[in-house]
Design a protein around this ligand. Structure first.
Ligand code: ANZ
Length: 824
């Protein structure tokens, strides 16, 4: 085979690796350190897209590199196999979701094989298989025992098209469902929750020590949204009620000129006999309920609200009587669902006060000193400037207009004022408990049954896996599909008694994916999700590569899960992943997100057919830095470029010099050592793109030589092996090796050999020193002689003469011997 035939080579090696179970990983390998490299497992949609290739093939370079560095590397893959699409296919085409899923998996397995990735397929897991979901259920039971899984009523997002409850994250900012596009409605239902809020503080504080990129940590921090503040109680005139409010600014209490309740607040109904405009208020609440949260809280939205006539509250700081309003910019689900409004110092409160003509009182000023804060007339001046600009003074400063607290700084005043009015310091989180119930079929059944009175009971462990029934009607009715199964009901009654019924909801698929990485360590264990021994051999995951879109949900959920399992004594450490890296997104050639709509979808199967798997892998490594999540447009020219590069590498085999006598050997040796260093360092840091360009530069310098020293070429092949595993394996075999190059060690470089040192060459003409110059230590004789001849000071002495010979004393001098022209 003279020409580089990628099809032949790639299928040959893929077959051989599969047959030899080449990538199966032992739990212990003598003399090697275990290293767990994880990539997010795919949903079995049925077709591998270029994003999957990007997610798998580039980290594969790293896994292969780690192996060559002497690591015993676990690099597993599986399928996150429960979820809506299978069920939608069942509804639409009447296919069995299980069959649909398994058919897709079979096809995707083949596609994954074409990547030539070193996945250990013997550890493959499928989350919808009973031997996996048995353990998802087992974890649920453990959480239930610990009070971490509970049932509660919740206002949930209801998708009227898919007829299911959605997590907040599945609702787009415009209030439509991410999947179906339907306008999401609100409904109140009994749901299962996992108590992630119990872990909010640890999820937050444990982030600090993780060596993750700062933007990822920051995104998690914002998602958890810790707010330190106070709960302060406002008495309602002529009633027994007190309204608790949550504020982060108790220092502004003297400026609270009215209260606002969320439309969902229970006090409105408690106080209904005192409210003189109740009908109007009810109308307002009905309207507010139709709005989406995002609409209600947007800073630039026109504020709406209504006063509760007949109700007054008392500001506990100064005993002033203040009005109470209902407005939808206050949310029912955050804090206490009620606020004290301080229009001088909060933007939304100010907009509201200006619109409804409510009192504004300035209580904070940014002045130079305590004394200045007490200047007479300052409060009035501050108020006028706020009113004139219509901008609240939102930051801190010195207190003014606040009795004995005037002159304190905001920070000093927070605690003091809270104590003065009998409030209590509190910490609030934006993070809500994790709603895990789904009214869907194709999910993990929640292992709970209800007695005839409707009280929930956990399904005893011996009945796990609590199997998903098969006889269900998929037609959406608003009832969960599991309710239509006769077998399910019969099974429950047979075990538990007449009148008992099973839970019809299934678990959110994020529960399935919260622990899959544990199962890879011990995938066939029948007694435990994973034994402690295996876990200690592999966990924590050393490096986890995934999509930026999973920073908040999956990563946070799985960290929570792991912490809960740690507390239960099931896993050995509190954090599951040491390093985390988010990769970027591959765009179409037009720079837009790939989509059928734009006709810019790159089909990896087709690319592989055209240029080969090795070229596609290499191109993806080359497309942009993998260690930062960027957007990279696909470039056909770039693909052709890497393909040419591999062709060049292929041709190199025909000019191997086995005598080791190539002229420029020294230069190439330096270049080789530099390349070894650069490629290794870059792979280590996930900068695959610059590693590839270093390889290309090196090949270009090899290409300029008439012959290539075998030992140098061999080392180059080892460097290229993780990137292009097929062609390198083939060339290796052709060079006469009988064992795989993927079992070889990563080449070592010698620091001193990477240095391009120079030397000084003295130039003589007929034995007399005339000049000198600096050259690279490994410069060739030919070049040195040419440079010596061309020096001005040398030319002066030789121009009228004829050069008879040039003597080169390596590393020291050049002597040009001339003779007069006529004698020649
Ligand atoms: C008085 C005040 C004065 C406030 C001031 C701010 C500035 P974060 O930091 O996001 O936690 N708030 C409290 N509960 C609310 C709810 N259910 N819906 C809408 N807003 C609510 O924000 C806390 C602040 O958001 C609280 O502090 C409260 O307004 C408002 F100069 O109280 B503040």
């Amino acid at each position: 085979m003279k020409k580089y035939n990628h099809t032949q080579i790639e299928s040959k090696w893929q077959k051989r690796w599969k047959k030899e179970k080449f990538h199966d990983t032992k739990d212990v390998a003598r003399g090697k350190k275990n290293y767990y490299m994880l990539v997010e497992f795919p949903y079995p949609s049925g077709n591998l897209h270029i994003g999957h290739w990007y997610a798998f093939s580039v980290p594969d370079i790293f896994a292969r590199y780690q192996r060559m560095r002497g690591g015993n590397v676990l690099f597993p893959i599986g399928f996150d196999a429960f979820g809506l699409p299978a069920e939608n296919a069942a509804i639409k085409n009447k296919v069995d979701p299980k069959k649909w899923t398994h058919d897709n998996i079979a096809h995707m397995r083949e596609q994954i094989e074409s990547i030539g990735a070193s996945f250990d397929s013997s550890r493959e897991i499928i989350t919808s298989d009973p031997d996996y979901y048995k353990w998802t259920q087992w974890f649920f039971l453990k959480f239930y025992e610990k009070g971490l899984a509970y049932r509660g009523k919740a206002v949930v997002n209801w998708d009227p098209v898919d007829k299911t409850v959605l997590a907040n994250e599945q609702v787009l900012p415009d209030g439509t469902a991410e999947r179906s596009g339907a306008v999401v409605e609100k409904r109140e239902l009994e749901q299962w929750f996992l108590k992630i809020t119990d872990y909010a503080d640890r999820l937050l504080s444990d982030l600090d020590a993780l060596p993750w990129p700062e933007p990822i940590k920051e995104a998690e921090r914002n998602w958890i949204g810790k707010s330190e503040g106070a709960e302060i109680y406002f008495k309602i005139q002529n009633s027994k009620f007190k309204i608790p409010i949550f504020t982060t600014r108790p220092d502004t209490l003297f400026g609270a000129t009215y209260l606002v309740l969320s439309p969902e607040h229970h006090l409105i109904s408690d106080l209904r006999f005192q409210i003189s405009n109740l009908e109007e208020v009810k109308k307002y609440i009905e309207e507010a309920k139709k709005k989406k949260e995002i609409e209600r809280t947007a800073a630039d939205k026109e504020k709406t609200g209504i006063e509760l006539k007949g109700i007054k509250a008392i500001n506990p700081a100064n005993n002033e009587e203040i009005p109470v309003w209902v407005a939808d910019y206050v949310l029912g689900g955050y804090g206490t669902g009620a606020i004290m409004a301080v229009p001088a110092h909060d933007e939304r409160d100010l907009q509201f006060a200006l619109k409804f003509n409510l009192k504004v009182k300035a209580v904070i000023a940014q002045v130079a000193s305590r004394e200045e804060a007490k200047t007479p007339g300052l409060a009035e001046a501050k108020l006028q400037s706020i009113l004139a600009s219509s901008f609240a003074h939102v930051g801190g400063g010195f207190l003014i207009n606040s009795d004995k607290f005037s002159g304190l700084t905001s920070e000093e005043a927070k605690g003091k004022i809270t104590a003065f009015v009998g409030g209590k310091k509190t910490i609030r989180y934006k993070l809500r408990d994790w709603l895990v119930s789904r009214q869907r079929y194709w999910g993990c059944p929640i292992p709970v049954v209800y007695d005839p009175e409707g009280t929930p009971h956990p399904v005893p462990e011996k009945y796990l896996p609590w199997l998903l029934p098969k006889d269900v009607d998929f037609t959406p009715t608003g009832e969960p599909p599991l309710a239509s199964s006769k077998e399910f009901k019969k099974r429950t009654e047979k075990i538990f008694g007449k009148g008992w019924r099973p839970e019809y909801d299934t678990l959110d698929t994020f529960v399935d994916s919260s622990w899959y990485f544990l199962r890879y360590t011990d995938p066939h264990n029948k007694k435990m999700p994973a034994s402690k021994k295996r876990l200690s051999q592999w966990m924590p995951v050393q490096r986890y590569s995934g999509g930026a879109e999973h920073t908040t949900m999956h990563l946070l959920y799985s960290r929570f899960f792991h912490k809960a399992l740690f507390d239960l004594g099931i896993v050995n450490e509190a954090e599951p992943y040491i390093e985390r890296l988010n990769r970027g997104i591959i765009l179409g050639t037009d720079g837009r997100k790939m989509s059928k709509r734009w006709g810019n979808v790159i089909d990896p199967d087709l690319q592989v057919k055209l240029v080969g798997s090795d070229s596609v892998r290499l191109y993806l490594a080359f497309i942009g830095p993998y260690n930062i999540a960027g957007h990279y447009p696909w470039d056909m020219g770039g693909v052709v470029g890497v393909r040419r590069f591999l062709e060049k590498v292929w041709r190199m085999q025909f000019k191997i010099d086995r005598t080791y006598l190539s002229t420029r050997a020294k230069t190439l040796e330096t270049a080789l050592h530099q390349t070894i260093k650069k490629v290794g360092d870059d792979i280590e840091n996930f900068k695959f793109n610059t590693a590839v360009s270093a390889l290309m530069i090196f090949v270009n310098s090899l290409d300029r030589e008439p012959t290539v020293r075998k030992d140098i070429f061999v080392q180059f092949l080892l460097l290229l092996a993780p990137f292009a595993p097929h062609i390198t394996e083939e060339l290796w075999e052709r060079l006469g090796y009988h064992t795989s190059l993927h079992k070889e060690s990563w080449p070592l470089y010698r620091e001193e050999k990477t240095r391009q040192e120079t030397m000084t060459i003295v130039v003589q003409v007929n034995g007399k020193v005339r000049d000198g110059f600096e050259v690279l230590i490994n410069e060739t004789e030919l070049v040195i002689k040419e440079r010596a001849k061309a020096l001005d000071k040398v030319l002066k002495w030789v121009q009228d003469e004829a050069i008879q010979k040039i003597i080169y004393v390596p590393g020291r001098l050049v002597n040009i011997v001339t003779v007069p022209r006529e004698e020649k």
